[in-house]
Design a protein around this ligand. Structure first.
Ligand code: PGA
Length: 263
């Protein structure tokens, strides 16, 4: 598949999602990712590490020095209050984050997060000055039933606040059945879904859909990154398992080393 012209402004973005993995000793891998990024190994791509909240403050200085962004993996809708065990967008920002993943399927399934909740948390992210990476994606049963676009469409409309802008919102398409399984959709299926997402966001929020960045996530690894990241309307990747080591993560982000933004 030929590489889609990428409008200026849709800077490629490769975000690592460490999930509930990582102790302080593992910051050595984050430091290696920072060093490689600072050395130009990710080309023009923006690199963001969504670490466990316990590691954000410790990683902040080296990430900032390398031009690597930091992200949280979820937040509460309120800025502060009696919510034991929760974390606010303001706290993530205070710890050094500039991004937050919201509506990941593991949180939608394991923490009962619905679209309205994801929208409320997205508003919290905007309030705190964080970019929201809003995740959407269908289950295997929904894809087999031919409902993938209907599901993703309703997740987009229900989860994204109308005040979102290309500067405050990134969408990540992550088919649930592709996460952590080694399975990926065909490149045509990815292209079709990413075009659908762009059109749907543009219909919901005119002027925004054409410019937002849409990431693909689900079993992205060095061996499939070049093809996936060359697919039309794929502006980057949200990487889980392969983000835990610098070698694998830079094997994905390194796809951008020799690319230039299309003009
Ligand atoms: P994976 O996870 O790359 O391990 O499939 C992606 C994600 O859940 O964001």
């Amino acid at each position: 598949m030929t590489e889609a012209p990428r409008p200026l402004g849709r800077r490629p973005l490769v975000a690592g999602n460490w999930k509930m993995n990582g102790l302080r000793k593992d910051l050595a891998e984050a430091d290696k990712i920072c060093a490689a990024t600072a050395a130009g190994e990710a080309g023009d791509a923006e690199i963001v590490l969504c670490l466990p909240a316990t590691l954000l403050a410790a990683a902040a200085a080296s990430c900032e020095a390398a031009g690597v962004g930091l992200g949280g993996q979820h937040c509460h809708g309120a800025p502060a209050g009696p919510f034991t065990g929760d974390i606010s967008a303001e706290m993530l920002k205070d710890a050094g984050a500039t991004y937050v993943i919201l509506g990941h399927s593991e949180r939608r399934a394991g923490h009962n997060e619905g679209n309205a909740s994801v929208r409320e948390k997205s508003r919290a992210a905007f309030r705190a000055g964080l970019v929201a990476i809003v995740c959407v994606g269908e289950t295997r049963a929904q894809r087999e039933a031919g409902d993938a676009m209907a599901i993703v469409g309703s997740q987009l409309t229900g989860s994204i606040p109308g005040e979102a802008t290309p500067e405050t919102l990134v969408v990540a398409y992550e088919p649930v059945w592709a996460i952590g399984t080694g399975l990926t959709p065909t490149l045509k299926d990815i292209a079709d879904m990413h075009r659908f997402i762009r059109e749907r966001v543009e219909a919901d929020i005119p002027g925004v859909g054409g410019s937002i960045r849409i990431l693909y996530g689900g079993s992205v690894k060095p061996g499939n990154a070049a093809d996936i990241l060359s697919t039309p309307n794929v502006d980057g990747a949200l990487v889980g398992g392969a983000s835990l080591t610098a070698k694998d993560f830079m094997g994905v982000a390194g796809v951008f080393q020799d690319r230039r933004l299309a003009s």
